[in-house]
Design a protein around this ligand. Structure first.
Ligand code: SF4
Length: 353
């Protein structure tokens, strides 16, 4: 029996989870995207090195070209660093990115093996690359990477059928990977339509203005779509010719910030909060901070705090914000409610008490 290509995917891949989106039942969604929406995907940035030079590259000047690895925002040298960050957010999967991670294939294998060994084969891993990898490059990733996302650079779009990408897609499929394309929305994206019948999914990311690509954007007369955010005007119109295909998914820059990132922060906040921290729906933590005029021990006694109800940090005495509010007249010093990102992240707001 010959199945239509789309219906054959779960059988070819042996992954019944390869499914439709709940909020858009006529659309396919890559398993990696499902976890990303839940904020459950660790971002493993393997290296800032890349042999492409895309004018729209979203990398920051700090990361671009530098051969350093990060798990979310944590610098990673060893497997232990990587696993510690994954545990901090209770990661259910990992997105491997860069730069081009395939410029450091041994590092990719080492890190992915550590993740699969620690969290089991169900820890879903997708890998993004600007290359059209050969069979020899893909072979070591079998069993470690579940899903491949190819990014043919813009300069190749008008001759995509003559490039190595169709061959790479077919080879990835025969090796058992879920295979898709992931590209930013740019003028001429409809030229990638010949790849649609070959892939399981096709993700289009809203193009974003960044510090490193600002000159390229200006040179091409591009501008921001809205006063708030980084999205570029015109993306939906460029993507429109492809959007009727159920494999195609358009990911807005607002969605990345307001859903993916926030959900990830919520997970980290819940996992790292102290007994007295309050976690917010925005993925921040809130606590009270006292810089007492006298000894800290006296302030602890005056507020009637048990051992697990406070912490002494460089910044002063930290405790539940409401305990400090209730006891504010019992202690002298600088008092404030602090809201910040988890794990001693950036301070969002300090409200004097
Ligand atoms: S392939 Fe990706 S990382 Fe490399 S230059 Fe292009 S956009 Fe940047």
């Amino acid at each position: 029996m010959t199945l239509p290509v789309r219906d054959a995917y779960p059988l070819l891949l042996g992954r019944p989870s390869y499914g439709m989106m709940e909020d858009a039942p006529d659309r396919f969604i890559a398993p990696g995207c499902t976890l990303c929406r839940e904020g459950a995907k660790l971002v493993l940035f393997v290296t800032g090195r890349c042999d492409r030079d895309c004018w729209y590259c979203p990398l920051s000047t700090e990361r671009k070209g530098a051969d350093r690895s990060f798990a979310n925002d944590r610098v990673v040298v060893s497997e232990e660093d990587l696993l510690a960050e994954a545990r901090t957010m209770s990661a259910l999967g990992t997105g491997v990115t860069g730069g081009d991670p395939l410029l450091e294939p041994e590092r990719v294998v080492r890190f992915c093996r550590a993740l699969k060994t620690a969290f089991g084969p169900g820890h879903q891993i997708h890998l993004y690359t600007g290359r059209a990898p050969s069979r020899d490059e893909l072979q070591p990733l079998v069993g470690l990477v579940d899903e491949l996302r190819l990014h043919p650079p813009h300069e190749d779009w008008e001759r995509i059928c003559e490039t190595d990408y169709p061959r790479a897609i077919r080879e990835a499929r025969t090796l058992g990977f879920a295979i898709g394309v992931e590209v930013p929305a740019l003028p001429g994206i409809e030229r990638l339509a010949p790849l649609l019948p070959l892939v399981d999914f096709f993700n289009i990311n809203e193009l974003e203005w960044g510090e490193a690509n600002a000159d390229g954007m200006r040179e091409r007369g591009l501008s921001l779509a809205r006063p708030v955010g980084n999205a570029i005007e015109g993306c939906l119109e460029w993507a429109a010719p492809l959007l009727d295909d159920p494999r195609v998914r358009f990911c807005t820059s607002g969605f990345k910030d307001s859903v993916q990132l926030r959900q990830r922060l919520v997970r980290i906040a819940r996992n790292t909060a102290r007994t007295f921290d309050e976690c917010t729906e925005d993925g921040t933590v809130v606590y009270g901070r006292l810089r007492p005029t006298g000894p800290i021990g006296d302030a602890v006694a005056a507020l009637g705090l048990e051992e697990d109800e406070y912490a002494v940090e460089e910044d002063g005495l930290e405790l539940a914000w409401w305990r400090l509010a209730e006891g504010r007249d019992a202690v002298a010093g600088d008092k404030a409610v602090v809201e910040r990102y988890p794990n001693r992240g950036m301070v969002v707001e300090v409200t004097p008490l």
